[in-house]
Ligand binder design. Sequence first.
Ligand SMILES: Nc1ncnc2c1ncn2[C@@H]1O[C@H](COP(=O)(O)OP(=O)(O)OP(=O)(O)O)[C@@H](O)[C@H]1O
Ligand SMILES: [Mg+2]
Length: 378
Amino acid sequence: MRVNPFKPTAGKMPPILIGRQAIIDDFSEALTNGVGAPGRIMLVTGQRGFGKTVMLTEFRRIAKAQQWEVIGETASAGLVSRLITTLAPSGMRLNQADFNPSISIPGIASASLGQAHFSAESNPLTLRNALNKRLESKKIKDGKGILITIDETQAASREDLVAIATAVQHVITDADESDVPDAKKKGVAIVFAGLPYMVNDLLDNEVTTFLRRALRRELDNVPLPDVKNAFLETVADSGKTISETDALEAARQSEGYPYMVQLVGYYMWQSAQRRGSDVITSDDVAAGFSDALLAFDDAVCAPALDGTTSAERLFLKAMAADSPNPTQVGDIAERARRSRSWVSKYRAILIKDKLIRATGHGQVEFAVPHLGQYLRSL
Ligand SMILES: Nc1ncnc2c1ncn2[C@@H]1O[C@H](COP(=O)(O)OP(=O)(O)OP(=O)(O)O)[C@@H](O)[C@H]1O
Ligand SMILES: [Mg+2]
């Protein structure tokens, strides 16, 4: 019995991680290059389904292989206190006297600590203390450290981000105050992943200074030749075959959108399997792509429209005729038979809700892939 090798599931590691070598190198070099290497604080952004979660999983795997301790968290209420509990499980006493609340880091902690309200268990100083205690432990060898990954960062509270930024900066300066040579110093690496819009929303406040210095990487579409090669290799490993031409056609259909790559792969493979064949043909690719689109609509497009008002949908439908190209804002008033002020009102709401974005030149486009095609099919 052959097993479908493709993995169209959120957060599931794909059979081949396509087109991400450069960013993986940025990260692993940072671990080897020691305290102060830029990639030790990273900010990874990407639209839904572009592979942020699997990127973080890969980073933790790499760090573990280099004998780092790893903590994987997802931003939601209580983030900092969960980090503290993970770092300092019961039995390890956090000595309150170790804190020096007057320490401040120019531009970051001093301003924000005053405004933010921290409960005892989400206090940046507690987090700093927990990190330092953990780093002191013999389990972590010289030159190694702790990697923390935070997924869905756009959902983090400002307080939690300020606390994390402050604590990590403290830990870095604490290490500088010791006379251990840099190569032997234990360190903290932290990678935040989230939706692209958070760069504007979150970076407008004190967290800015910290995250602006982070190495920022945007996960984009993966190159089609790489997708084609991954299709060829994955299909061959699974005991089936596909021609170069068909693999390239499947890659084109996916547009290099990572989630779509897995969907197209999964359904073209399934199509051949259901015929009882080990050869994936161009018909299987075509059938696979249409099944992939249906699955994509259910998983991404339909949920994106949940909660939109009828006026918002009228606006979006007026845009759909142009997609995948952008729409002139002026055309929307005409198509929807509404006033200019109606258009500017809903334009602002939909941009805020991340369903569309402005592309300049008085144009807007869908922020969710395939949403335009989906709306046309309704
Ligand atoms: N580089 C890649 N090559 C091939 N497939 C990938 C790649 N990255 C992710 N995928 C696949 O894409 C899908 C989505 O990945 P993932 O869940 O990591 O995305 P995400 O950016 O975290 O999405 P969300 O914002 O919805 O959480 C999964 O099926 C995964 O296997
Ligand atoms: Mg994710």
